[in-house]
Design a protein around this ligand. Structure first.
Ligand SMILES: CC(=O)SCCNC(=O)CCNC(=O)[C@H](O)C(C)(C)COP(=O)(O)OP(=O)(O)OC[C@H]1O[C@@H](n2cnc3c(N)ncnc32)[C@H](O)[C@@H]1OP(=O)(O)O
Ligand SMILES: O=CC(=O)O
Ligand SMILES: [Mg+2]
Length: 521
């Protein structure tokens, strides 16, 4: 074996970095890394084509898949039939226990948007998952002790590995870093697949940030190899794909088809979707420019088209459609708190009415609100996959209609983006991938929107409501002013420089997490 672990072997890491797990990573790397890299290159080619005037659209070469009325995804697996409330969050020890105990049906154990992939978070998170599934997890502070509730009250665990673009530099094959996706997948699969099966569930995953059905095919092949390697039946793994990139919205049906034996449906990942809308068309001028982040709601035409199409596509194929994250979190300020709950309730009510089978919350305090809304729509049924939404007919033009989004670009919006991005990056660099900022949950996806808007507004020389044009000088000045307001001299130095890099570099940086990750050893 020529696989090397270059990160430290801290206490109990040998329980995760086993010969079996490393062997699986090496096999997956040798078999699939070439394809992964080719698919990443295809992303670049598509962006170049779009920059030259091409348009996204439904693919002519996969028309047969879309037109074939026969195929369906596999029936829902145990623990994934009723998904009316899903809580998401990082895999630190306390939050693992809190999420599993939260009353949600599913816990998205996040190694992606809500996680900084430090070596300690990557391997420590896997240990927490192993301990949780082995029912030997506990945690205590001076004030409080944490333990799991009885089995029947716990959420089903669904792990979200990193996206295809991220490397894991602490594990190398022939001196080359392996894919973060394959590491997160294989470490969990090797440690926990059989334990989950013994508990009557299975190794379940959420798959982020895919841009095409060919990327879904790659995941499917990875699943087949992994299942064959440890001799468990094909189809044991289940995966819900986040439709959270603009190109993927045009390939929803094909993505379900590629993964049909392993599919557990699709999720409308709204925050990365907005990021991807900006990113994909970043050089196409004002037709694909969004107004202030807070004015892009789920009811603007292009967002509505995307979620409607997602429900229709899923239910046509017997798959669950899962709603997205309303970023409002509970607040200690009663007025803000009341607003947050009202907004989450409205968001979940729209989703449940549209036919989604369940949705996401960011905080245990929101579980009941989401459950109550879905209870009232689902009644005794575990889901509404039978609601076919044949009334929906979404065209490519509707998905692409960004230009009719109402709203302005304001100085307040620019300041908000700068402040949120800097605060988030500071937390990320300190090892925390999700934080509450200005009463909203912020994570890698929401921070990507903030910095990409600034990049696009500067490139488009947008004139703000104040009459000022967005320039490098203006963004730098606002960054200094906003950092001053935060009043913690020195804390934001590294975040400021990272922010200016990802918001203002002449050549757009694909993901802020790439240069951010380089700042770690
Ligand atoms: C775009 C997307 O991808 S969305 C999905 C990815 N993003 C996420 O998953 C974010 C999930 N949410 C979070 O991480 C958190 O809610 C935050 C960071 C936004 C706020 O967390 P906090 O500042 O700790 O909130 P707060 O103080 O109100 O928490 C109260 C309690 O709830 C717990 N809690 C809050 N959110 C969660 C969660 N998502 N999972 C488990 N426990 C949670 C806290 O740990 C705390 O526990 P304690 O009382 O036992 O100490
Ligand atoms: O991962 C979810 C999103 O909205 O992004
Ligand atoms: Mg996302």
């Amino acid at each position: 074996m020529s696989i090397d672990v270059t990160g430290p072997m801290n206490e109990r890491y040998d329980e995760i970095l086993t010969e079996r797990a490393l062997g699986l990573i090496e096999t997956l790397h040798r078999t699939y890394d070439g394809r992964r890299k080719e698919l990443l290159e295809r992303r670049e080619q598509r962006v170049a084509e779009i920059a030259a005037g091409a348009s996204l659209g439904f693919l002519p070469e996969t028309k047969d898949v879309r037109d074939d009325p026969e195929w369906r995804v596999a029936p829902a697996a145990p623990g994934l039939v009723d998904r009316r409330v899903e809580i998401t969050g990082p895999t630190d020890r306390k939050m693992t226990i809190n999420a599993l105990n939260s009353g949600a049906k599913v816990w998205l154990a996040d190694q992606e948007d809500a996680n900084t992939p430090t070596w300690e978070n990557v391997v420590g998170g896997q240990l927490n998952l192993l301990d949780a599934i082995s029912r030997r997890i506990d945690f205590s502070t001076d004030a409080k002790s944490y333990a799991l509730k009885p089995d029947e009250e716990l959420a089903t665990i669904v792990v979200r590995p990193r996206g295809w673009h991220l490397p894991e530099k602490h594990i190398q094959v022939d001196g080359e870093p392996v894919s973060g996706s394959l590491v997160d997948f294989a470490l969990y699969f090797a440690a926990c697949a059989e334990l989950q099966l013994a508990r009557g569930q299975g190794p379940y995953f959420y798959l982020p940030k895919m841009e095409s059905h060919l990327e879904a095919r790659l995941w499917n092949d990875v699943f087949v190899t992994a299942q064959d390697t440890i001799r468990i039946p094909r189809g044991t793994i289940r995966a819900t794909v986040l439709i959270e990139t603009y190109p993927a919205a045009f390939e929803m049906e094909e993505i379900l088809y590629e993964l049909r034996d392993h599919s557990a449906g699709l999720n409308a990942g709204r925050w990365d979707y907005m990021f991807s809308v900006i990113k994909t068309h970043r050089t196409r001028g004002k037709d694909f420019q969004l107004p202030d982040r807070n004015s892009v709601t789920m009811t603007v035409p292009f967002m509505r088209a995307y979620t409607e199409l997602l429900v229709r596509t899923c239910h046509k194929r017997g798959a669950h459609a899962i709603g997205g994250m309303a970023a409002f979190i509970p607040s200690k300020d009663p007025a803000v708190n009341e607003q947050a709950f009202a907004k989450v309730e409205a968001d979940k009510t729209r989703e449940a009415g549209d036919g989604f089978d369940g949705s996401w919350v960011a905080h245990p305090g929101m579980v009941e609100t989401c459950r109550t809304v879905f209870d009232s729509v689902l009644g005794d049924k575990p889901n509404q996959v039978d609601k076919l939404r044949e009334d929906v007919a979404v065209t490519a033009d509707q998905l692409l209609d960004v230009a009719s989004t109402p709203g302005e670009v304001t100085e307040a919006g620019l300041r908000n983006n700068v402040s949120v991005a800097v605060q988030y990056l500071a937390a990320w660099l300190e090892g925390t991938g999700a934080v509450g900022i200005f009463n909203l949950m912020e994570d890698a996806a929401t921070a990507e929107i903030s910095r990409s808007q600034i990049w696009q507004w500067r490139r488009n020389e947008v004139v703000l409501d104040t009459g000022e044009t967005v320039t490098t000088d203006l963004v730098e000045r606002i960054a200094d002013e906003e950092i001053d307001k935060l009043g913690n001299p020195g804390r934001y130095d590294a975040a400021r420089s990272l922010f200016l890099e990802v918001a203002l570099a002449d050549e757009y940086i694909d993901f802020l997490t790439l240069p951010a990750y380089e700042r770690f050893n």
